[in-house]
Design a protein. Structure first.
Length: 315
């Protein structure tokens, strides 16, 4: 068991290890490192220059990096350098009380509307034979540093011979009246490696069997799978939306260029009907809880049995 407590600029950490752990979770000053089956998997990054914490990279069980490497790595041949704020796996939203937590990035031009998500405490970490996890507390701050809401997030990483599974459990607690505005720019997102993009080898399909960006983008569905060929291996990534999540089944901001995101607050952009309003208001003492599962698998949605996997998880 490991614990890290951050208090202002001070950080104290105590670490130990579980003998024989195959999923090792190791905290340090600005990240939490995840190792699976003896190999580095990725880091949960939250240093002072990080505007919204993210996990990077994500890998398949075969060790291939399934997310875009830019801007953390600058020289990957053929990688697009657009949307530098789309890093690894993250949770944020483009309109929270009028402030933007989605488009934020140190490489972006300064914007007086940018909010910041700051880790305040690493509550716990746990390593284990088949899974490892960590829990962190975060503050969502407006540009003046005022606290809009707190986030408690637990992430669980699973070891499996064929799969890499990540469970994400998020509870948002408002500290004042908070309005999540209706925008397509959200919310639980992944930016895929270039070869997996739909405009390369990638293929999107949702739970209803709709295929491709034009049929999947903006539509409600309990899951979407995005698969393609990466270094001669057929691989896919599925995101599951839990039945208990607000506004399940969620709408999808999933693009041919590799953005893959579940957005519970977008409506008018997705439907094209500007008279609709998908804004969501929450006030103390109420909370919002979101649960997602990410499955990185060989093959496509059909061969991997994603539909059955979702049904089992949803129960």
């Amino acid at each position: 068991m490991k614990a890290v407590i951050l208090s202002g600029s001070a950080l104290l950490w105590l670490s130990g290890s579980i003998a024989g752990a195959q999923v090792q979770i190791t905290p340090s000053k600005d990240r939490i490192a995840i190792s699976i089956d003896g190999n580095p998997y990725g880091d949960f990054l939250f240093g002072p220059d990080v505007w919204k914490p993210y996990v990077w990279p994500l890998k398949s069980a075969s060790g291939k990096i399934v997310v875009r490497q830019f801007p953390m790595v600058q020289d990957v041949a053929g990688e697009p350098h657009d949307h530098n704020h789309q890093r690894g796996l993250w949770f944020a939203h483009g309109d929270v009380n009028g402030f933007d937590f989605w488009d934020t990035d140190p490489l972006n031009k300064p914007n007086p509307k940018y909010g910041k998500i700051r880790v305040t405490k690493v509550v716990s970490t746990k390593s284990g034979a088949k899974q490892g996890s960590f829990t962190v507390d975060m503050d969502w701050l407006d540009p003046d540093g005022a606290l809009l809401l707190t986030e408690a997030r637990t992430m669980v990483f699973h070891s499996d011979p064929q799969l890499r599974i990540i469970d994400v459990d998020i509870t948002l607690t408002p500290k004042q009246k908070v309005v999540f505005g209706d925008t397509k720019e959200g919310t639980f997102g992944i930016r895929l490696a270039m070869p997996l993009q739909e405009n390369k080898s990638g293929h999107m399909v949702n739970a209803e069997g709709a295929q491709g960006e034009k049929a999947v983008w903006g539509k409600p569905s309990p899951w979407v799978d995005y698969s393609g060929t990466l270094d001669d291996e057929k691989l896919g990534i599925a995101i599951f939306d839990h039945p208990a999540n607000p506004r399940h089944p969620v709408r999808w901001h999933s693009r041919a260029y590799g953005l893959f995101a579940a957005n519970p607050f977008g409506l008018k952009d997705f439907t094209g009907d500007k008279s609709q309003d998908g804004a969501f208001t929450v006030e103390p003492p109420k909370t919002l809880r979101f649960r997602y599962r990410v499955v990185i698998h060989p093959g496509d949605a059909t061969s991997a049995g994603i539909a059955a996997m979702y049904r089992k998880w949803a129960q």
